[in-house]
Design a protein around this ligand. Structure first.
Ligand SMILES: NC(=O)c1ccc[n+]([C@@H]2O[C@H](COP(=O)([O-])OP(=O)(O)OC[C@H]3O[C@@H](n4cnc5c(N)ncnc54)[C@H](OP(=O)(O)O)[C@@H]3O)[C@@H](O)[C@H]2O)c1
Length: 247
């Protein structure tokens, strides 16, 4: 029997990459999983099919988490379908890289709206549901680049640093409601997002990682499982899963 049997989870941005790995790991532990996607319906359905093969229950749910009404309607729909919502993983994220001298207002706002705004919209929708249950595990995927300078990513690092700060305050405010709030800061992880980084820059990055390689998405997912299944006395914290790239 899995450690999350009887629990339900919503993972934003679960059609690919880290979110996909998180959804599958949650299912392996027995949780029912809602798989959110923005546009990759077929990929989300593939993840749902894998969840079913693992013996758990899945639903797919389209929403742009950066649009408040869509994010909130998604959370309500998942909670209604599953009858409760125990675990929310705010994972959906995008990059629109560019040096500050050339970064447009649209590039800046789209990244902050999606990454940080999406985290707020989904969390605020989940709070009344989790408060009624006196139980909730909110896990926000930030980034090592919210902790260190990242050239070309002023928008992204601001959004991720914002998630780290948001997590602490949310944890404090919700500490009497049975809800824990934590973040995970992955280092460079082998997904479509990282594949978009030019090859020579990838090589420079890899050379600076003490463990000598990028993370596998499953290694980020394991930290999520720890917080969801065993982290009852952990709140307001951040777990760095970065191969030692930031110590
Ligand atoms: N990869 C890394 O090196 C790395 C490092 C640190 C932190 N992270 C963070 O980890 C998270 C996952 O990254 P990843 O590398 O797995 O990214 P990815 O491979 O690009 O996948 C992104 C996922 O987010 C979804 N998504 C994008 N915009 C969305 C929106 N507006 N609303 C709902 N879903 C949306 C995508 O859905 P569609 O398939 O429908 O587009 C997809 O499922 C992100 O928050 C990222 O910032 C990644």
């Amino acid at each position: 029997m899995g450690r999350l049997e009887g629990k339900t989870a919503l993972v934003t941005g679960a059609s690919r990459g880290i979110g996909r790995a998180i959804a599958l790991e949650l299912a392996r532990e027995g949780a029912k999983v809602a798989i959110n996607y923005a546009s990759s319906e077929a990929k989300a359905q593939e993840v749902a099919d894998e969840v079913t093969k693992l013996g758990s229950t899945a639903m797919i749910v389209q929403a742009n988490v950066g649009v408040a009404q869509e994010a909130r309607a998604m959370v309500a729909r998942v909670a209604e379908e599953f009858a409760h919502l125990d675990i929310l993983v705010n994972n959906a994220g995008i990059t629109r890289d560019g040096m500050l001298t050339r970064m447009t207002d649209e590039q800046f706002m789209e990244v902050v709206q999606t990454n940080l705004g999406g985290c707020f919209f989904c969390t605020s929708a989940a709070i009344p549901i989790m408060t009624r249950q006196s139980f909730g595990r909110i896990i926000n995927i930030s980034s090592m680049n919210g902790q260190v300078a990242a050239i070309g990513q002023a928008n992204y690092s601001a959004s991720k640093g914002g998630i780290i700060a948001f997590t602490r305050t949310a944890a404090m405010e919700l500490s009497h409601s049975g809800i824990t709030v934590n973040s995970i800061a992955p280092g460079f992880t082998d997904t479509d997002m990282f594949a978009a980084v030019p090859g020579p820059i990838q090589a420079q990055i890899k050379a600076k990682i003490p463990l000598g390689r990028y993370a596998h998405p499953e290694e980020i997912a394991k930290a999520v499982i720890f917080l969801a299944a065993d982290g009852d006395y952990v709140t307001g914290q951040q777990i760095n899963v970065n191969g030692g790239a930031f110590m």
